[in-house]
Design a protein around this ligand. Sequence first.
Ligand SMILES: C[S@@+](CC[C@H](N)C(=O)[O-])C[C@H]1O[C@@H](n2cnc3c(N)ncnc32)[C@H](O)[C@@H]1O
Length: 303
Amino acid sequence: MATNSSFQLFSSSSDKPNLGLGFLDSSEPPLPPPPPSIEVLSSEVSSSVRCTVEPVNLDGFTLLKGRVSTKEVFGLPNSDLVPGKYEGGLKLWEGSLDLVKALRSEVQNGHLSLEGKRVLELGCGHGLPGIFACLEGAAVVHFQDFNAEVLRCLTIPNVNANLSEKSQPDPSGEVRFFAGDWGEIHQLLPHAHESEMNLNSSSEHGQATGYDVILMAETIYSIPAQRNLYRLIKKCMSHPHGVVFMAGKKHYFGVGGGTRQFLSMLEKDGAMTASLITEVADGSSNVRENLQYTQGGDIHRKH
Ligand SMILES: C[S@@+](CC[C@H](N)C(=O)[O-])C[C@H]1O[C@@H](n2cnc3c(N)ncnc32)[C@H](O)[C@@H]1O
């Protein structure tokens, strides 16, 4: 059932923009404590919620997209998200499609190779960018979502459908799923560090661990959550060659976040360099951007 704290905050791939609602309204009750961080095994796929799949065309490249009922999983009809309870993972947002297209073009241009890489997709939902990494031969792909239900009911069936569709039921890479809040999930992620790395440091610390590539789409709408997200990235990025690919809207009206605001936080911190890969202004939402963050040298870009 929709409660008065559920929101349709911004446009998704299937919805018209609905902007300007009061996410940061001080009259809103404080967020509930986040759900505990857990690893969800692929065998824990939900047998009670039906997930149907349909093709999604990404400029001539096809992936499958699962569909489940938000009402069936969370009892929430017609809701983009409920802050602190359900964070929008059951919908497919435009940014994840943008991100797959951007990654594919980076691979095709010879700028990026995912083969053999350790990849983490944060805020995965359907997990299409992570699935693309699996298909490109990543050695490790770890998917994270706030909600274990999203992983059980949607992400795992969607990963399975896509990998078996491409005749790779058992890709040689390791695929694992983790649920929990960005403020805590580093404790469970196998390649995360306990504390934030000094990305400007030339020390050898952490060189053997960390994720080579971090992917995330439509994860930066909430300013309070962004701070935890950025700290998490610094705990997860391999040093010194880790790279983040991020897709998101320039501004999420009514909630305060957006790529520009995230960039200014990074700029103040000074640990990473950002570059714009593409800007998408297709009229289906406000302007979106695909960005890449690195710490100095970048082995993923072939010269
Ligand atoms: C708008 S959805 C985007 C889903 C997917 N990346 C896409 O583009 O279709 C936001 C995602 O970020 C995750 N998320 C949001 N806030 C979070 C938090 N505080 N901790 C962990 N995950 C969070 C949600 O679980 C969800 O998967």
